[in-house]
Design a protein around this ligand. Structure first.
Ligand SMILES: *Cc1c(COP(=O)(O)O)cnc(C)c1O
Length: 364
């Protein structure tokens, strides 16, 4: 049996190659490892992805969300409308700044916030809406932006899974007052750990720079209360190498997804809205039946898969006292299954994934 037929295909495969290692070693040998020229260069380069005038690097995507909320002046007494069908960080960031997340249901096709559900939840304490571009498919920013304008609400985009996703050629992260990206190893590009806030607002960008560094622009001349959420120059150097390959990797993901779309017959493949550039952080099918069984069958065929996320945020311990009914969220949590779509898949591995999915049986 050739190796390819035996090897297990993992659901994600973070890339740390010679270029990343050399970049890290170069910065380490320079002796200047904390936030410096590499971070500044990474921020400048990332504006090409975010489509914004400014980018501010921090030490994680969660920090990016938290600092963006703080910079936007959101805190105790405020409500932020968020999807429950996301990674917990989306709601945690709201709680960490002392505000209250209000969970809205999603649209079944995009897995993003349902604008009608959001509209029904807007109240006197609503300060902002946080759409999450889950799996790399943009939320409906056209309708969400119109809604936010109608009610004078801010938008903070959680684009932590959506580096380079677009609607009508406009990148996510450029629709709201600010957007956030994560560079965790399993994301479409990484900096070991890291995050970025994108914004067109120079004032907001300056506040973010202060907040990540103890409120200092000049050393020991602290202007506001701030945290230490700086990115290291080692991380930024790795991020710059990865950024240089993001387009190529994204096109690979999209090409892999196109082959899945054409080849998979047994389960529901992910729809893509008109005019959208889906960047397939995940390729997520719906198994309308025995998902655990499907996952076990894939595993037997050597195919890794993963459920993002099995428990909606509103049912996790810190949030489950909040009484809401989110039928599309619950249905998605019960049905979704992400199969490998990463750019290192070979043609043979893609065929193996398609064959294994099409061989699934006893799903109902
Ligand atoms: C990964 C992720 C985050 C958090 O990013 P970290 O870098 O892990 O802190 C936030 N929101 C979503 C939707 C994510 O997928």
């Amino acid at each position: 049996m050739p190796d390819e037929q035996r090897d297990f295909i993992p659901p994600a495969k973070p890339h740390i190659g010679d270029d990343e290692i050399e970049a890290a070693v170069r910065v380490l040998r320079s002796g200047m490892v904390v936030q410096g020229p590499e971070v500044a260069a990474f921020e400048e380069a990332f504006t090409a992805v975010s489509g914004t005038a400014h980018c501010v690097a921090v030490n994680s995507g969660t920090s990016a969300l938290q600092l963006a909320l703080l910079a936007m002046g959101i805190g105790p007494g405020d409500e932020v409308i968020v999807p429950s069908f996301s990674f917990a960080a989306s709601a945690n960031a709201v709680r960490l700044v002392g505000a209250d997340p209000v969970f809205a249901d999603i649209e079944p096709d995009s897995f993003g916030l349902d604008p009608d559900a959001v509209a029904a939840l807007v109240g006197p304490r609503t300060a902002a809406i946080m759409p999450v571009h889950l799996y790399g498919h943009p939320a409906d920013m056209t309708r969400l932006t119109a809604l936010a304008e109608r009610h004078s609400l801010a938008i903070l985009e959680d684009a932590c899974q959506a580096h380079g996703a677009q609607i009508g050629g406009k990148p996510v992260g450029s629709f709201g007052a600010a957007g956030t990206f994560s560079f965790y190893p399993t994301k479409n590009m990484h900096s070991l750990e890291g995050g970025m806030v994108s914004t067109d607002d120079a004032e907001l960008a300056r506040t973010l720079r202060l907040l990540r560094n103890q409120g200092m622009e000049q050393r020991y001349a602290n202007e506001i209360v701030g945290a230490n959420m700086r990115m290291t120059d080692v991380a930024a150097a790795i991020g710059r190498v990865q950024l240089g390959r993001l387009d190529e990797w994204t096109e690979r993901r999209r090409a892999n997804a196109a082959r899945f779309d054409a080849g998979i017959k047994t389960v529901t493949v992910p729809p893509v809205a008109a005019g959208v550039r889906h960047i397939y952080h995940q390729y997520t099918v719906r198994v309308e039946g025995d998902r655990d069984g499907a996952q076990a069958q894939l595993k037997d065929a050597g195919i890794g898969s993963a459920v993002y996320y099995p428990t909606p945020i509103h049912k996790l311990i810190p949030y489950r006292h909040i009484d809401v009914d989110l039928p599309e969220t619950d249905r998605a949590a019960a049905e979704v299954l992400s199969i490998p779509v990463h750019p290192s898949l070979t043609d043979g591995e893609i065929d193996r994934v398609i064959d294994a999915v099409n061989a699934l049986e006893d799903l109902s």
